[in-house]
Design a protein around this ligand. Sequence first.
Ligand code: KG4
Ligand code: ZN
Length: 358
Amino acid sequence: MIVLGIESSCDETAAAIVNDKKEILGECVLTQLEHKTFGGVVPEIAARAHLEHIEDILEETFKKANITPSDIDAVAAAAGPGLIGGVVVGVMAAKSLALALNKPFIAINHLEGHALAARLTSSVKYPYLLLLVSGGHCQILIVKGVGEFERLGTTIDDAAGEAFDKVSKMLGLGYPGGPMIEKMAALGNEDRFVLPRPLHNSGDCNLSFSGLKTAVRKIIESYSPDNNIEHAILSKQDTADICASFQKAVTESLVYKLQKAIVIFRTKYPEGKDIVVSGGVAANTYLRNKLQKLAEIEGLVFSAPPIRFCTDNGVMIAWAGMERALKGMYNDLDFKPRPRWPLDIDAPKAAGAGGVKA
Ligand code: KG4
Ligand code: ZN
């Protein structure tokens, strides 16, 4: 079986073709650079850019895979959550192809794309414990199967990636913040600044990053003659030390709550062996190393998608499409894209497949 996947929910226009032997036949990702000057993604600019590039990306993907559209068996697209203008572009392209080719259409929850990506590149088995950390989401989940998620914890305010992006902006390091902070942190002293570990004593698996961000702001303000962060005078070393201390605080918060989640996971699913991190922040090597250590201590197997498949890409959507296609989980062509779409609410299946319409 061969599945095409399309991703357009934020600032990457991407497509990929995978087969059921876990081979990536072709893939193409275009990261929109238009947003850099704004310090964040501008939804209308993103939607226009997706529209401009989607055809070329699809053509290029088929060219790389060296197959024709009629060779594929199903078309999947990220149908939410995300910036709706962009999501609509990818979904419309997928539906048009599905209609023209008379192949089934599959609506993928973008988060499910992140959640299942590690199963393409590693032998991760259900049920597994997942830390999903991206620019818009931060959740700890048990993944029981395709479309079967149990949420153990979530951020009560900012997502982890959002915190990286905001701190980067405060330090004038640019967007996206994660890679910039990681680079600077490698030069810094992670113990120089003492930062809080929000919700440390909450007793549950929930997370919070807003207080951490405010604590960083206060540190930067203290380097400004008038308490305005834009006037802060920071040496390169100061900036590196702030980045390292911040990266350590985020990582420790995540590791601490994951330890709690492991206890729950073990009690509920003693057969579960795998712990996975995915989403854009999973590209962070410092975090990956700490999670690897945690898994070793806990006797679990740690997996993460290769770094290039952590941030948004078409491969994860094509693979989630494959997992659904193998189970006959298709969607109707009138499926409505969803700007908000919690992972624990599954996409309705096609009426013919025994499900309900959206
Ligand atoms: O999954 P993703 O590409 O898009 C969303 O679905 O949100 O994640 C993007 C997020 C951004 O916030 C970015 O700063 C963060 O992932 N990110 C990182 C790293 N690379 C990307 N955060 C920390 N360290 C990184 N190396
Ligand atoms: Zn994402």
